[in-house]
Each structure stands twice: as C-alpha cells, then as structure tokens.
Design a protein around this ligand. Structure first.
Ligand code: GDP
Ligand code: IMO
Ligand code: MG
Length: 430
C-alpha cells in the first residue's frame, strides 16, 4: 500500500478532478498542495456535474477528510461561494471533513486587482492569467509580507500586517493607474468572515502525520500541469506555483518519501488556456474539431482552450521531472472521429532534431514538431469500461504513447462520468 499523488502532465485540464474523484473511493484523506481557485476540476457523478476550484475533489464523497495544504493560496470569499454552491447540491462541508492549513496564505481582493492591472499593463506580453490573484499572492508569500489564515485570529496583528502590505500594493496600483484600496476595507472584509472561517483552520502537517502513523491512504491532488510549473514549465507563461509531484510534500507538510506513487493525468491530445508556446497546436480545422468534441472551454474563465496533437517529447519531459510512475490517459474518446492521429516524437530547432523542450522562450517559439502518423480507429470508445473490447488501433495508439514516454498507462478514462474508467494497474499498489 502507498499514497498517490495525482498531477497534470501537460498544461492543465487533463481530467485530474475526474480521476481524483474516482480514486478517492479508496483514499481516507484528499489533500490539495498548490495553486488556488485558478483550478477548475469538473466531476460528473450519475449525470450531475460538480465544478470544484479550491475544494479537494474528495469533498463530494461522505466520510473522507479533505485538506487544503499550506502550499495553496486561499481566497476566503471564493471558499465560501464554492462551499454554498456545493452545499446546495447536497455536499456536506464542515470542519469535521475539511481543514485549511493555518499557514496557508490568503488571496485578498487587492491581489485580484493587482493581477488584472499587471495583465492590462503587459500588452503584447500578456500571460492570460485567470485573474484570480494567484501570482500576486505567491509574490507576497515569498516576499514575507503575506497574510496567512492564522493571522485572522489576532485582529491587531492582522491590521499591522495589512498596513505594511498596502504600502507595497497601493504604490504599485497607483503606478499602474488603478484604484487603490483602504486598509479598513480589507480589514473589515476579513473580520466579517473570520468567525466563519477560523473553525476550518487546522494543523495540516500534523493531521497528515497522524494519518501516516495510522496507515491511512492519502491522495494528493495537484492543480494545473507540469508545463505550467514556475520552474519547469514554459516560463514566463506559467502559473506562480510548483505544480510538479515534489510539491505534494512541501505544499502539505510531509516527507518526500511519503508522496508514494505519482499518477500523471495525461490527455490523449494537448490543450492549453492562455498565452505561451505550444509546439503541437493546431490552429486549424483539426484543432477546432478537437475543441468541439472535447468541449474545450475553461471551467474557471470560460475561455476557449487551444488544442493540438499529443506531444510525446513534452510528456516524456514532464514524466521525468515529476517522477511519474503511470498515466491516467483521459479523453481518448475525443479521438474516435479521426481517420489519422499524429504524435509529436521530436522537435526541430534551427535545422537540428532535439528530444527535449528547451527553456528559452525564443527557442520554444522556433520549434517545429516532428510527427509520426498513426491510423485512427473511427469507432466509439466513449463510455467503454473494459480494456478487452478496445479497438485494435486505439490499443496501438496507447502502446505507442507508452513506448515514446517510457511510462505505462495505469488507467484509461473514456467519458466524463466517474465510472467510465478502466483500471489496468492499481496506483495504490493493492
Ligand atoms: P482538470 O482541471 O484536470 O480537473 O480537468 P477539467 O475538469 O478542467 O477538464 C477536463 C474535462 O474533460 C472535464 O469537463 C471532464 O468532465 C472531462 N473529462 C474527463 N475525462 C474525460 C474523458 O475520458 N472523456 C471525455 N469525453 N471527457 C472527459
Ligand atoms: P487546472 O487545475 C489550465 C493558466 C492560465 C494562465 C497561467 C497563469 O484546472 O488544470 P494564473 O491565474 O495561475 O496566474 O494563470 O496558467 N492556468 C491554467 N490552465 N488549467 C488550470 O488549472 C490552470 N490554472 C492556471 O490560463 O495561462
Ligand atoms: Mg481544469
């Protein structure tokens, strides 16, 4: 038995939420360890859709402990909005089954204003952030001026911290020509929710330490994807956190050895939201068809996702960086309509073939993908629950992905529905 970390192996939206929900039937604890409500994880359970942004995807299952780790940036107002929507759908959310790390940093309304003002000022260099204040909040954390959940219990201390924080942010907002914030507005806003929020405060590292001692199964739920990692992704077109599997330890407060098996959620093609390099992008009818069949619109911002072919070079790199032990291959059914399917097997840069994604944005923009073409299966895999009945060419496509990346496919997902999932190799090792 081992713990499992679920992470995205591409640019996000690989189907992490669906797989975490499916796996959580056998986990005791589900923990988010980075990102915030920039994430959008959609679950479909018996035809009912649940959209989660900040809540761990285990929240929909009664009897599971959900944790929001110190590595997550928490917008307390968005937290309650999401909680109310879920409660209306009958999901129980109480301090008994959900805790937020006392040392998690809070996203304040000013962070969202700064996020938006900075994006507006970037002009052509726009990143296309979700506008949720993620970047500015992580900046404050690293600069040691962040407001943390534990600060809400000490109003005088909180006010002093806000005063120091706003010297920085109001100067920035003024410089960007945006409206400034008063300390009173921020303070009153936080004090207005403190009594409701503080009961959810927990010592997450200690809860996890106890869970490990009690031999409970922990599922770590990543947000975004490896190519959006602030170190290893397509910087600067990335999010502001580490999204790789190693962050599961740092962002929740456990030892690196307790992370266990790393399951890389991998879409059978590629998508990306926002700006930045995307070597296999198909800005043509092929991309349109992928987007239309795959309903590729962002959960958080409603933006159209850019679509392209599977990039084995990129996924191999993500697998190495995150130590991916197996893939959950999702959305294979979207390829059911294609006569031919392409896979990127190398890149060409200045006339030479290379087998990795270089770090320079100048080089990334100059890459030409080298493709291999495989025959499609042009029959329906959608909703299939048995591996034996799979069309031969679909199996061939999966095997080729395994060969090119050196990683085995452990799960195959064939529709948004929870149970349309085929288990090949058990991530928990049971
Ligand atoms: P996440 O951010 O990684 O959790 O992924 P999103 O939820 O943002 O995007 C994945 C979308 O694809 C969601 O709408 C899922 O319901 C859907 N989905 C997940 N797996 C499959 C699959 O195997 N087939 C199809 N057709 N849709 C899927
Ligand atoms: P899930 O968990 C896809 C992208 C944004 C933007 C960049 C930076 O659903 O896979 P940010 O607001 O984080 O500063 O934006 O990162 N981005 C995502 N793209 N899926 C996500 O999450 C994303 N979260 C952020 O579009 O390009
Ligand atoms: Mg998503």
């Amino acid at each position: 038995m081992r713990n499992v970390a679920v992470i995205g192996s591409q640019w996000g939206d690989e189907g992490k939420g669906k797989i975490v929900d499916w796996l959580s039937s056998r986990a005791d604890v589900v923990v988010r360890f980075q990102g915030g409500h920039n994430a959008g994880h959609t679950l479909v359970i018996d035809g009912v859709e649940y959209k989660l942004s900040l809540m761990p995807s285990g929240i929909v299952r009664p009897g599971k402990m959900s944790l929001i780790g110190n590595g997550v940036v928490v917008d307390p107002f968005a937290f309650f909005r999401e909680m109310e929507i879920l409660q209306e759908k009958g999901v129980e959310i109480m301090p008994d089954n959900l805790r937020i790390a006392e040392n998690a940093n809070l996203i304040l309304p000013v962070h969202q204003a700064v996020d938006k003002a900075l994006e507006a000022a970037r002009g052509k260099g726009l990143i296309g952030t979700t506008g949720r204040g993620i970047g500015p909040t992580y900046e404050d954390k690293v600069a040691r001026r962040g407001i943390r959940l534990c600060d809400l219990a000490y109003p005088e201390y909180l006010r002093e911290k806000l005063e120091r924080l706003m010297i920085h942010h109001n100067a920035l907002l003024k410089g960007l020509g945006a409206d400034v914030f008063t300390i009173e507005d921020l303070y009153d806003g936080l004090m207005g929710i403190a009594d409701r929020l503080l009961p959810f405060k927990g010592v997450v590292w200690k809860i996890l330490d106890g869970a490990i001692s009690d031999k409970k199964k922990i599922l770590f739920e990543g947000a975004q994807g490896t190519m959006l990692d602030v170190d290893h992704g397509t910087y600067p077109y990335v999010t502001s956190s580490n999204t790789v599997a190693a962050q599961a330890a740092t962002g929740s407060g456990i030892g690196a050895g307790s992370v266990g098996y790393v399951l890389g959620i991998t879409k059978a093609y590629t998508t990306r939201v926002g700006a930045g390099p995307f070597p296999t992008e198909q800005d043509n009818p092929t991309g349109e068809l992928l987007g239309q069949r795959g309903r590729e619109f962002g959960t958080v911002t409603g933006r159209k996702r850019r679509c392209g072919w599977f990039d084995a070079v990129q996924v191999r790199q993500a697998s190495a960086i995150s130590g991916i032990g197996g893939f959950a291959l999702t959305k294979l059914d979207i390829l059911d309509a294609f006569d031919e399917i392409r896979i990127c097997v190398a890149y060409e840069l200045n006339g030479k073939q290379i087998d990795y994604l270089p770090s320079s944005p100048v080089e990334q923009a100059a890459l030409t993908p080298v493709y291999e073409t495989l025959p499609g299966w042009t029959s329906e895999t959608s909703g299939m629950r048995s591996w034996d009945a799979f069309p031969q060419n679909a199996v061939r496509y999966i095997r080729r992905i395994e060969e090119l990346t050196g990683v085995r496919v452990a799960l195959v997902s064939t529709s948004p529905e929870r149970d349309d999932t085929i288990l090949i190799e058990d991530p928990f090792g049971e």
